[in-house]
Design a protein around this ligand. Sequence first.
Ligand SMILES: Nc1ncnc2c1ncn2[C@@H]1O[C@H](COP(=O)(O)OP(=O)(O)OP(=O)(O)O)[C@@H](O)[C@H]1O
Ligand SMILES: O=C(O)c1ccc[n+]([C@@H]2O[C@H](COP(=O)([O-])O)[C@@H](O)[C@H]2O)c1
Length: 160
Amino acid sequence: MVSPGNPLKPGKGMAPFRVRLASAERIADGRRIVATDIESRLGQRFTVRTMALLKQRFPHVRFVWLMGADGLAQLSRWKRWRRLAAMVPIAVAPRPGSVSPALRGAAASVLRHKRRPSRESPVLAERKGNAWTFLSAPQNDISATALRESGQFRPESDQE
Ligand SMILES: Nc1ncnc2c1ncn2[C@@H]1O[C@H](COP(=O)(O)OP(=O)(O)OP(=O)(O)O)[C@@H](O)[C@H]1O
Ligand SMILES: O=C(O)c1ccc[n+]([C@@H]2O[C@H](COP(=O)([O-])O)[C@@H](O)[C@H]2O)c1
């Protein structure tokens, strides 16, 4: 789900929305991963609101919110984040430099009783009373900021 803009990040330096969407569409295989502009079409950018609208629109879909460990480290600054955590299960991918800030952060502490082991991630969406998990997975130090700063990544439609 390509974000129209993270409410906590400055938009400066970001490629235009349609360029980011086109880039995501080229990478997504259209089957396991579908790139979507739905958040932009919903006309707002707060995740709690997006999830509420998605659940309303797709009542039979069992959503899981996926994000990197930097997201969990900052989650307590998100709009109505407790409501969000109660609304949808969350799976967090480890990320270099963010594992400790995430697991020691305010959100992980408040939600500690809802945490499930990584091995339960395949059934996270089916658990009653939404849970979250910190995935056990290989880490990758790639970052969008670093890619932008290196100048190595130029979305194709940006070069036209
Ligand atoms: N290397 C990574 N490992 C794990 N999760 C990642 C990684 N890079 C991005 N993510 C996650 O993917 C989602 C989208 O990230 P985004 O496209 O904003 O990249 P970013 O590198 O976090 O951006 P920026 O450098 O601008 O902060 C977020 O949930 C983020 O936590
Ligand atoms: O709802 C919020 O308050 C909120 C605050 C920070 C980030 N988010 C969302 O988290 C997702 C990942 O953000 P980013 O910048 O790391 O790509 C993206 O969908 C953002 O809209 C949402």
